[in-house]
Write a protein that binds this ligand. Sequence first.
Ligand SMILES: [Zn+2]
Length: 444
Amino acid sequence: MANTSLMDKIVSLAKRRGFIFQSSEIYGGLGSVWDYGPLGVELKRNLKERWWRSMVYEREDIEGIDAAILMHPRVWEASGHVAGFTDPLVDCKQCKNRFRADDPRLKGTPGEPDAQCPVCGSKGTLTAPRLFNLMFKTFMGPVEDSAAVVYLRPETAQGIYVNYLNVLQASRQKIPFGIAQIGKAFRNEITPGNFTFRTREFEQMEMQFFVKPGEDERWFEEWRAARMQWHKDLGIAAEKLRFHRHGKDELAHYAKDAYDVEYEFPFGWQEFEGIHNRTDFDLSRHQEYSGKKLDYLDPATNEKFVPYIIETSLGADRLALVVLVDAYREEEVEGEQRVVLRFQPSIAPIKVGIFPLVRKDGMPELAHRIADGLRGRLTIFYDEGGSIGRRYRRQDEAGTPFGVTVDGQSVQDQTVTVRHRDTLKQDRVAADRLLEYLRSQLSG
Ligand SMILES: [Zn+2]
């Protein structure tokens, strides 16, 4: 199947070039847990920094926080996770596979003799659906007793809600305002998969925007439009992006309205960001469970209310996967096949490859001097191994937007060629103006 093989190629490239590795690979790997390599960590950092800049630095009405992963266990009672964060599961007694009870591949009623396993095809081997908590549980303190049970947070949002008053008072913001956070969350997913799309440990970029009830619908529309535009500005192909609005049967019990931003992956349209109108559910629940007042006194009208929350919740790993998949191209250039990642230059892990044409005649010396001048200002990769064509191909696969080549003429007149990854256009640039030139290209 063509689509499967495209995903396989991307997974293989991600490993070969150092974007993403299987966790604990030398021990056979840990299921659905992934590590970011030298290029992957840069790509993800660039995405996170861009998000943070657009949320926190470019707006006066959003503050950032970094809450702890471990929280008071009552938080998860208030949030509904302890009671409701469960997926009914079905096991096959024959092949030991496990399915969500709502898996469309299941035929018949699990637990009944007519039900058929979609993997091994056995009849009557499926158990009745059972509940299974998706939160990772651990113990605080040296004794494993139930009084000290804590959870690895299944979402970062709750760290924002419980800090809402602290941030409001410390920052002297007024409603409407938002709180942004980037952090790890954990879910013991039963059907993880599709590379880094669904993983048990993941990173979220969430912004919770607190508004006056009655103004929620306007803000919801504003954020929905802003988030889609943000993805398009990242260079993601517009025709591969769409909204999916949650129907009545899909809406979480607390949500008044919800849209997913979806991308068309090789394995189908899948959500990577959610925009939700969560009403006053979260703060009302924390008010009830903590006994602390969380309402807001509007200084203009003296009106008291529990704010509504508009949430934008973006998966950092999913966004990195979207960007990786969207950038991937197989092309024929200069009579040769190449694989290239057409990242927008601003998010490319390496900005510039530096290559002496040959390893003699003063070229490596000049190339090293140029590399030293750029290092610390731009992410660079110096490479003098193999033919120049092979070195270009390696950087194409890394998504490096610019290649600087030091040739015979460079040694004579201190100019270099700059090769553009996508157009293959080559510019001749004075070595002492290279940084300025590259910066103008990167900001353009
Ligand atoms: Zn089976």
